[in-house]
Design a protein around this ligand. Sequence first.
Ligand code: URA
Length: 197
Amino acid sequence: MTSWTSLDEIAAAVRACRACDLHRTRTHPVPGEGPPTARVMLVGEAPGYHEDRTGRPFVGAAGKLLDRLLERAGLRRDQVFITNIVKCRPPKNRDPRPEEIAACRPFLQAQITLLDPAIIFTLGRFALQYFFPGARIGQMHGKAVQRGARWIVPMYHPAAALYRPALAQVLEEDFAAAAELVARVLGASRADAAEQG
Ligand code: URA
C-alpha cells in the first residue's frame, strides 16, 4: 500500500514513476491538476501530444472543448481537479494497454481517496470502465450513478466529438443536464463550510 498524504506527493511519485514502459517515451508525466479542495473531479484517458509537452492535462483541442462543456455544467476549470487513467502519453496516442492501466491505478485511487470528490465525471470508455468494468458508454453517457456519498457521471470523451459533430451535441446536452446536480453539490458544500464557520 501507498502512504501518500497529499496530491502533491502523488504528483511527485508520478513524476518519478517507472512502473511501465510509457516512462521511456514520455516527455513529461501528467499527474493532473486542480485545487485540493475541488468537489468535482474529471478523469480522462491519457495525455496526448500537447499534454506530454507541457505536463498538464487537457491543454490541446479536446481541452478547449472541455472548458466549454464545463461551462455548460456551471463549472470553471479552476474549480475542478482534472486527471487521467494513465498519466504518461502512449506513443502515437494509441489506446492504453491493460498493464499500463494497472500500473497507474494506485495513483488515481489515491487521488480519489485524498480529494474525496462529490462528483466524478468520467470522459470516454477507459475512465468509464475503471468505475464500471464492462459497461458501455453508449448506454451510460449522461446518467449520474450514486456510489455511497459520491456521484459518478459517465460522459463521452471530448476528443471523440472533435471528429464526430453529432457527439459534440450529445456532450453539450449531457453536461448541461449535469448542471443541476453540480449546483446542488456545490451549494451543499458551501452550506457545510458556512456552518463550520
Ligand atoms: N485526452 C485525455 O484523455 N486526456 C488528456 O489529458 C488530453 C486528451
